[in-house]
Design a binder for this molecule. Structure first.
Ligand code: ADP
Length: 311
């Protein structure tokens, strides 16, 4: 059973993080420096790790509040409407007057190679005051979800206020992370590449991931989850237990956002299925994430509660 020190029966989830608009251009190959080439299509999606994870939890039926920032532009207004439409509470999504909405420009070549430039814009302006303004919802949250696309000091402030379970998704990985961000969250969750960056160890196999997990626990993490793509996830805790949780075998179509589907589902399960062990929650988060990779897109590929075969 998962202990958060809370006795409340409420099931709220608060996500403090980024909102980005993804512009994805598909081209036969990546352009060379200074070169212009013709693409085959360009699509626009609502993205950003924070909002993706909020949407993943909300699509499962979670009671989710987003704390974040968008710019004073059409994209910002549209993003807030989009989140509202998906039942994410946006009372703490602030429109920032002196910044644009975060934008990710992505070029995907036929080979699958990509080039990405992220302009964080309003996301970089998210500050500790925004978190303090949301302190009532953060203190009441059963599960707090954080990532590293917004300033690290914002995550630390939110962790200071949190009384429930906290999940820090260490993405994107940063070389010199403040040790508080390892020791304060209940769960530190990363994929293999991120685990390698945080530990300086190569992570190319499950046994490498086990070593990286031990290193993260030695650095102060309480519980570590390393997601392993189609191989599921590794759950390791300070108490010495290491569990490899498999993912269902599926025909993957698009794995973009699989990690966000996993975190959102994990948050939903930890908040709402308190009778379940952490291992069971991780197993079902793998089920949700595996399901999401069978459809194209990110947020639109995230499943509803029917994915678990329970109501
Ligand atoms: P990220 O998207 O951050 O790189 P992963 O690739 O590790 O994260 O995927 C997160 C989770 O998504 C995995 O733990 C697994 O449950 C699921 N998943 C990803 N790819 C596949 C796949 N090809 N088949 C089944 N499940 C997958």
């Amino acid at each position: 059973m998962i202990s958060s020190g809370r006795t409340s029966t409420s099931n709220s989830i608060v996500v403090v993080g980024s909102c980005m608009i993804d512009f994805i251009s598909y081209a036969p190959r990546l352009p060379k420096s200074g070169e212009t080439i013709k693409g085959s299509k360009c699509v626009t999606h609502f993205g950003g790790k924070g909002a993706n994870q909020a949407v993943a939890a909300a699509k499962l039926g979670g009671n989710v509040t987003m704390v974040g920032r968008v710019g004073v532009d059409d994209w910002g207004t549209r993003y807030i409407e989009h989140l509202k439409h998906l039942n994410v509470n946006t009372d703490h999504v602030k429109i920032t007057l002196d910044a644009q909405t975060g934008i990710a420009q992505i070029i995907v070549a036929n080979s699958g190679e990509n080039l990405i430039v992220i302009t964080c814009g309003a996301n970089d302006k998210l500050d500790e005051k925004d978190v303090v303004l949301a302190d009532t919802v953060i203190k009441a949250a059963d599960v707090l979800v954080l990532q590293l696309e917004t300033p690290p000091e914002v995550a630390i402030k939110a962790l200071e206020l949190c009384k429930g379970i906290s999940i820090l998704n260490g993405a994107p990985a940063i070389a010199n992370i403040d040790s508080k961000l390892l020791s304060m969250p209940t769960i530190f969750c990363v994929n293999e590449l991120e685990a390698a960056t945080f530990t300086g160890l190569p992570v190319k196999s499950e046994s490498d991931a086990r070593k990286a997990g031990v290193e993260l626990l030695n650095k102060g993490c309480n519980n570590v989850i390393i997601t392993l793509g189609r191989q599921g996830a590794l759950l390791m805790s300070k108490t010495g237990k290491t569990i490899h949780v498999p993912s269902p075998v599926v025909a993957a179509v698009d794995t973009t956002g699989a990690g966000d589907a996993f975190i959102g589902a994990l948050a939903y399960l930890l908040a709402n299925r308190k009778e379940m062990s952490m291992e069971m929650c991780v197993g079902l988060a793998c089920v949700a994430a595996a399901d999401s990779v069978t459809r194209p897109g990110t947020q639109r590929s995230f499943p509803g509660i029917e994915v678990f075969g329970m109501s």
